[in-house]
Design a protein around this ligand. Sequence first.
Ligand SMILES: Cc1cc2nc3c(=O)[nH]c(=O)nc-3n(C[C@H](O)[C@H](O)[C@H](O)COP(=O)(O)OP(=O)(O)OC[C@H]3O[C@@H](n4cnc5c(N)ncnc54)[C@H](O)[C@@H]3O)c2cc1C
Length: 467
Amino acid sequence: MQEHFSDSNQAEHFDVIMIGAGPGGIYAAYELTKLRSDLKIAIIEAGHRLEKRACPIDGEKIKSCVHCKSCSIMSGFGGAGAFSDGKYNITNDFGGTLHEYIGRKKALELMRYVDEINMSMGGEGTKLYTSIGSSFKKLCLQNKLNLLDAQVRHLGTDINYVVLQNLYALLEKKVRFYFDCPVEHLRVEEDGSFVVITEKGEFTCDECVVSVGRSGSKWLEKTCHELSIPTHSNRVDIGVRVELPAVVFSHLTNELYESKIVYRTEKFEDNVRTFCMNPNGIVVTENTNGIVTVNGHSYEDDHLKTQNTNFALLVSKHFTEPFDDSNGYGENIARLSNMLGGGVIVQRYGDLVRGRRSTKKRIEEGLVVPTLQATPGDLSLVLPKRILDGIIEMIQALDKIAPGTANDDTLLYGVEVKFYNMEVELTDRLETRIKNLYVIGDGSGVTHSLSHASSSGIFVAREIAQA
Ligand SMILES: Cc1cc2nc3c(=O)[nH]c(=O)nc-3n(C[C@H](O)[C@H](O)[C@H](O)COP(=O)(O)OP(=O)(O)OC[C@H]3O[C@@H](n4cnc5c(N)ncnc54)[C@H](O)[C@@H]3O)c2cc1C
């Protein structure tokens, strides 16, 4: 349905408004239109429609972030995951804590249902990997590593996009979409209905589903404060991205694609975990609010594949009191690396354990050809000792299941930081203390992944449909 702004002063009324067209909002709308075709539904999205989403960085004329009004990587139809690798993990072991609200069985059921939708929307034929029953589990346990149980549907960047195109084609017939329309304020009326105020106009609704993801975190924080909805600080994950020859990990990546492995350090009993594994992928920079951190990608297209595999090693930190700004802590560590390296720092593992900085020459002489141009430096000047010691211990443990991980030439890029939204206080219906106001997806702090965010959308749609 086309955008339509009323000419009269009367705000247009909807039964349900979703704020945000990421996986949370999209799958909520999918389920609600399926269950209740009688409802008048709108999705209001700050970013562009799918085909208009394009990041101007081309690596030649524009090399770094130019701070577009709406970031096409994070915002628009499809949300933050639109250009992602499309890894849908079916597990309660990571990706969010949805199961704490709705139960483990229900959460898994919903993730499988999301997978069915994806298969019917263009994803059929993509591979579902599983670590459940894998022989690597034993090997990991013998080396004090815990391989988490998960199934992962790897759609790949291209098919992920096709699924989104098909979902949009289906939904646009049933839902009113408003793009490039950031919501500025949310007001609760005396009768319990809502006024959604955007820079283009106002709308009203009986029920409101907020799914603004990570990019909407500042807005949501402000809105929760205005509406006296309690929030709690969340954790931050800090670490490095490891890059090594793909053959070192190929026995794992061929069978599992992505293995989520947790190691409990001997010294501090901290958990260090692998995150976002990219077989034959590239290391990339990420710009979050002007802070440059590191991330990784992989492509389906064989021409774009590299000889390297990369993955993050992360340690979680959660501050509560008197200091409770976990994200601020992570930001400042990232800033320190930006100050010393002018951006991302790269160091050979061998240099790190010998206590010396890497140089351009040492990296050029190494066996691993870096896929990201980063500044050779010393990560021990950036990362707190406790975190760095944990990462070194884990690399040594991984070397036992994937010999070569602890080679001198293995590259470590820093820093990688995963920021989490504050946790919004929610009922087991994912409803705030305000009746008919729901907060779902990554914005709620409950989910941090495509599968959990989508499932939270389906869950809330069913709650609304049966009310
Ligand atoms: C590069 C990248 C790769 C990723 N790869 C994976 C992966 O392979 N597997 C995985 O599980 N996860 C991945 N993730 C994480 C995943 O994308 C998110 O967990 C998921 O998108 C969260 O969905 P969401 O709907 O909660 O929020 P989002 O996807 O962030 O969507 C929120 C939407 O709300 C809009 N919005 C924000 N504020 C407002 C406002 N005030 N008014 C109106 N609209 C607003 C935003 O523009 C955005 O489109 C990746 C993330 C990135 C950035």
